[in-house]
Each structure stands twice: as structure tokens, then as C-alpha cells.
Design a protein around this ligand. Structure first.
Ligand code: PEP
Ligand code: MG
Length: 568
């Protein structure tokens, strides 16, 4: 009988569930340039292996296509067709016969040529570039005897175990299939953790070596609250529903956000796709406080066209007629790296060209995006606001606002997620119509602790006194200038901290849709005066623990409610 082992990591998304492990294969790496066959090799046989691999890849894709319906089936058929592309296969074969390259290197180079040709043709062809890369990876994996890259296919529910999980891949998780996520790396406010929480999938990150310790099929019990992963648990939880809305409370927002004594605090949603927007509307969101537009750009070799962007943005706006929707311009560069935008040689990407900074080298990309937002806003009944990520100076804020005005976008603001911006929030708000505090990045930059690194998760805590002081400064600047400063980082999900933020003067709170109900309930149980006292108490702490304890003294009713729910 297998020994029960408890592995410890960092809690990243709440909930508890058990299922067999399915490991995410390591990503396919580029075979070394110039890698050739040994001199005595049978070159013709090596070239023939390419056809055999391509046939196996095609067969697998067609079998997958047969199991699904609609658009997914179309995509799989189209990918299978690329795997059979004679131009690709002839070129690869020739590189083996003429240059004696190993088959995997030959396929890599031939696929690069096809991809470059598609990118140059533009339009619909350019959209196929990522499919070519997918086919290339599949054939190379087959040739080198590695598992098929991407999310593992399985018949029943699984716990996905990975060394690392890129946000682009996390965004495609199907929570009915992937019941929990466990990674060896990653931090609690990484975009992957945020996506897991939005899907309601329990997650534990920074579990050292988990991808090596656990084998496919091992039963795992994942506790996303405690941050533990039990390998071969003695007590198996029943085939658990993994969607655990936490903190506990009503699943949807029952009425508009306000304190017990009627102080209005609009409760908005953080969304990334039209599907999220639908979920947000169903959860009772009063609008969107943060529309992360990255999803339209991820996993592509070229930027989406203005028309494509208009269609996607319109689908989000149309869910919120008469309501505010804050569209954030592209925030690529750190965790979310785009091949057409980002310099992959940066040693510290989080401190490099990310967020608004990418628009210096690519002004056209920002202009296209603003054009698309303006066109989507035209003909929509939503009240569209636009904001820029990663603003650090007053000059950047002013230029962004002017640029938005040039596109007819009058309500332009910025995110405050760099300590420098929090400190000059007053002068920034002389130009920006509003601001939104991104506590995830503000915490990582204040504490000099990478948000995607589990080993420094202890520092990545928005209750840190230095972070609270910066948030308070930004909110006070908003109150002083009469301009709304909202909160869109994960800090607003914590009911205790949310009350503190309201006491600091936050004009609205924006959270993932499944946190809206519990947040509304916490605010409705608390007076504005209590929020003010909680904010003052929070600022007396000299550590996160002290700050939390001081706030607990004021908001004891929330702690009691929480404890009562936890004990059933
Ligand atoms: C933040 O940094 O707090 C934020 C809301 O933006 P993101 O998590 O997308 O970086
Ligand atoms: Mg951010």
C-alpha cells in the first residue's frame, strides 16, 4: 500500500477536492540548431520517420475531433490538416536528405518557414501561426518520444500537476475536467492563481518538486485553503464538486453594494473575456471595474485586428448597458509575454517593458486598441472608461489621457500599481479622470517580491503596513481631488480588508464574479463608521498580523460570521 505524504505549498485558490493526478508535460524545447545525424545513419529512414510521426499526430487530432462538437471540432480538423501539409513535410524531409539534420530539427526549421510565410500574408493566414507552432511541437514531441504537449486528455476529473502553468494555458482549463491545480512554482497573486480562483478551481502553488514526486494517476487530495497536497490520502473525499465559492456567502450579489447605513460602494467585476462578462452579469455585478484585455492577444503570433478587437470588446460591453465598464489597455510583458511585443531577453521582465511601456516601441498597437475601444463604445449603451496599466509617472498619465482624448475616449484613467504612482497620485489625478489601485502589482513592487514566486509569498501580502499606507495615500488623493479611486487587486476580495479599503475612501471595489455575493454581504453588515475605524486601525499595525488583529477588533462581527460558516 502506498504511503500517505503531505506536501506543503502556498494556498492560491480555495476549496478542497480529490482526484487522480494528470501531469502537464514539460513544454517542447527547440532542438539545437545544426543538430545533425551521426555520419553512419540511414538518412532515408530518418526522413521517413517524419511522415510516420505526422501520420500519428494527425490520427490523434482526428480522434480528439471526433470526441468534441462545434468550434472545437473545426479547430482540431484544421490543425490536423496542417500536420498533413505537403509543403511542410516535403521541406522537412529535404532538410534531412540534403543537410542530414535530425528529423526534429528539420521539422522545426520547416515549420518556422511556414509560420513566417503565414505571418507575412497577414489576415486569416497570420492567425494560423500559433496552429503551426502547435503542430510543430506535436510532431517534435512524437519524434523525440515525449508526451503530447498541452493539457493532458483524460476521461474523468483530474488534478492538474505542473512545474509551471502559463496563464495562456490556465485560461483554457475546463473546470469540469480539471478539478484542482498544483504547481511547483508560482505565487498566490500570479495571473494563473487569479484564473484558478475565477474558475472556482482549488489551487496550491509553490509545492517544491511536486511535478517530479507525483506520478500520473496518483490520488491527490488538494486543500486550497491550507495549501496542502496529500499524496495517497487515506480518506478519500467523495468525487467532490470542486467549485467552492469562498469566502462563503450568497453566490450572487443580491442588491447594490452599500454599507449597513447606506453608503454606496459599487461592486464591480474583474473580467477577461466575454464569457467572464456573462458570468459577472449573472452574479449581479454593477459593472466592470477591470476588463483585462490580454486574452484577445495571448497565444497569437500577431496582434488581433481592430475589427476583431471591436467584436470582442462589444460582446463585453453589451452585458452592461447603462453601467460602467473599465477597459484596461494591454498589460503584456511580465507573466503574459507576447511574441510580437516583448523582448524575451529581459533579465527582469516585471521591471522591464510591460504595461503602458510597450506602447513606446509599439505606439500603433495602443492606437489600434484605443480605436477599437472607441468603436466598440459607439453603439453600445455601456459607460466606457479606459485605463492604462503600469503607469509610474505623471507624464505617462498625462500622455495616456491625451491619447485617449484623441480617440474620443473622454473618461481616461490609470492603474495605480507602482509605488511611485501611489506617491504622486494627487498630481496624476490632476490629469486622470479616475484611478484603480492594482494591489497585486502594488504589493509585489512595494515589497520587492515577485508575485509569481511562491518562495516570497509571505511578503506578497496586501496587509503589509507599507502597502496599506500607499493604498491609503492613493485613496486620499482621490478624495482630495474629487476623483474616484477604486480597487481592482485581489485585496478587495478579503471582506475585512475590503471594509478597510472603503474606510480609506475607495470609490468602488472590483473583484472576480464569484466573490461578489460574499463581499456584498460583508459590506451590508458593516457601517461606514466601522469601515472608517477599521481603516484607522489597519494603519496602526507594524506587521500584517498586527494590522489584521487591529481590524479584527473593530470588525469582530465579520470574523464571527466567518467562523460560524466555517463550522457549518
Ligand atoms: C493588479 O496588479 O492588482 C491588477 C489588478 O492587475 P493584474 O493582476 O492584471 O496585474
Ligand atoms: Mg497589475
Amino acid at each position: 500500500m502506498s504511503t500517505t505524504t503531505v506536501l506543503h505549498g502556498v494556498p492560491a485558490s480555495p476549496g478542497r477536492t480529490s482526484a487522480p493526478a494528470a501531469r502537464l508535460p514539460d513544454p517542447v524545447v527547440e532542438p539545437a540548431p545544426g543538430l545533425r545525424l551521426p555520419p553512419t545513419s540511414d538518412v532515408a529512414a530518418a526522413a521517413a520517420r517524419i511522415d510516420a510521426s505526422s501520420a500519428r499526430v494527425r490520427e490523434r487530432l482526428e480522434a480528439d475531433a471526433a470526441r468534441v462538437q462545434g468550434e472545437a471540432r473545426e479547430i482540431l480538423h484544421a490543425t490536423a490538416a496542417i500536420a498533413a501539409d505537403p509543403a511542410l513535410l516535403d521541406d522537412a524531409r529535404q532538410r534531412v536528405l540534403d543537410d542530414h539534420l535530425v528529423p526534429e530539427r528539420a521539422v522545426w526549421e520547416a515549420a518556422e518557414e511556414v509560420a513566417a510565410m503565414f505571418a507575412a500574408l497577414g489576415g486569416l493566414f497570420a492567425e494560423r501561426v500559433s496552429d503551426v507552432a502547435d503542430v510543430r511541437n506535436r510532431i517534435v514531441a512524437d519524434l523525440t518520444g515525449r508526451p503530447v504537449p498541452g493539457l493532458p486528455a483524460a476521461d474523468g476529473p483530474v488534478v492538474l500537476v505542473a512545474g509551471d502553468l502559463a496563464p495562456a494555458l490556465a485560461a483554457t482549463l475546463d473546470p469540469t475536467h480539471v478539478r484542482a491545480v498544483v504547481t511547483a512554482t508560482g505565487g498566490p497573486t500570479s495571473h494563473t492563481a487569479i484564473l484558478a480562483r475565477a474558475l472556482g478551481v482549488p489551487a496550491v502553488v509553490a509545492v517544491p518538486g511536486v511535478d517530479r514526486i507525483v506520478a500520473d494517476g496518483d490520488l491527490l487530495l488538494v486543500d486550497g485553503d491550507a495549501g496542502t497536497v496529500t499524496l495517497h490520502p487515506v480518506e478519500e473525499t467523495p468525487a467532490a464538486p470542486a467549485r467552492v465559492p469562498v469566502p462563503a456567502g450568497p453566490a450572487v450579489l443580491l442588491e447594490r453594494g452599500r454599507t449597513a447605513d447606506g453608503h454606496a460602494v459599487p461592486l464591480l467585476a474583474n473580467v477577461g473575456t466575454p464569457a467572464d462578462a456573462a458570468a459577472a452579469a449573472a452574479a449581479g455585478a454593477e459593472g466592470v471595474g477591470l476588463y483585462r484585455t490580454e486574452a484577445s492577444f495571448l497565444g497569437r503570433a500577431t496582434a488581433p485586428t481592430v475589427e476583431e478587437q471591436v467584436a470582442t470588446y462589444r460582446a463585453v460591453l453589451d452585458r452592461f448597458p447603462g453601467r460602467v465598464v473599465v477597459v484596461r489597455t494591454l498589460d503584456a510583458g511580465a507573466e503574459q509575454r507576447l511574441p510580437f511585443l516583448v523582448d524575451h531577453g529581459e533579465a527582469n521582465p516585471a521591471l522591464g517593458v510591460r504595461g503602458l511601456r510597450t506602447s513606446v516601441a509599439h505606439p500603433d498597437l495602443l492606437d489600434d486598441q484605443l480605436r477599437a475601444v472607441a468603436r466598440a463604445a459607439d453603439g453600445s449603451d455601456a459607460d466606457v472608461w479606459v485605463m492604462a496599466p503600469m503607469v509610474a509617472t505623471v507624464g505617462e498619465a498625462r500622455e495616456f489621457v491625451e491619447r485617449c482624448a484623441g480617440h474620443g475616449l473622454r473618461t481616461a484613467g490609470v492603474m495605480i500599481e507602482v509605488p511611485a504612482a501611489a506617491l504622486v497620485a494627487g498630481p496624476i489625478l490632476a490629469h486622470a479622470a479616475f484611478a484603480s489601485v492594482g494591489t497585486n502589482d502594488l504589493t509585489q513592487y512595494t515589497m520587492a517580491a515577485d508575485r509569481s514566486l511562491g518562495t516570497v509569498a509571505r511578503l506578497n501580502d496586501p496587509w503589509q503596513p507599507a502597502v496599506l499606507q500607499l493604498v491609503a495615500a492613493a485613496c486620499a488623493a482621490g478624495t482630495g481631488r474629487g476623483r474616484p479611486v477604486g480597487i481592482s487587486g485581489e485585496a478587495a476580495v478579503d471582506p475585512l480588508l475590503a471594509c478597510v479599503l472603503v474606510g480609506m475612501g475607495a470609490a468602488h471595489l472590483s473583484v472576480r464574479p464569484n466573490a461578489l455575493g460574499p463581499l456584498g454581504a460583508a459590506l451590508a453588515a458593516t457601517t461606514k463608521d466601522d469601515c472608517d475605524r477599521a481603516a484607522a486601525a489597519a494603519l496602526t499595525g507594524s506587521s500584517p498580523e498586527e494590522a489584521r488583529a487591529a481590524v479584527g477588533e473593530v470588525l469582530g462581527h465579520l470574523l464571527q460570521a466567518e467562523a460560524a460558516r466555517a463550522h457549518g
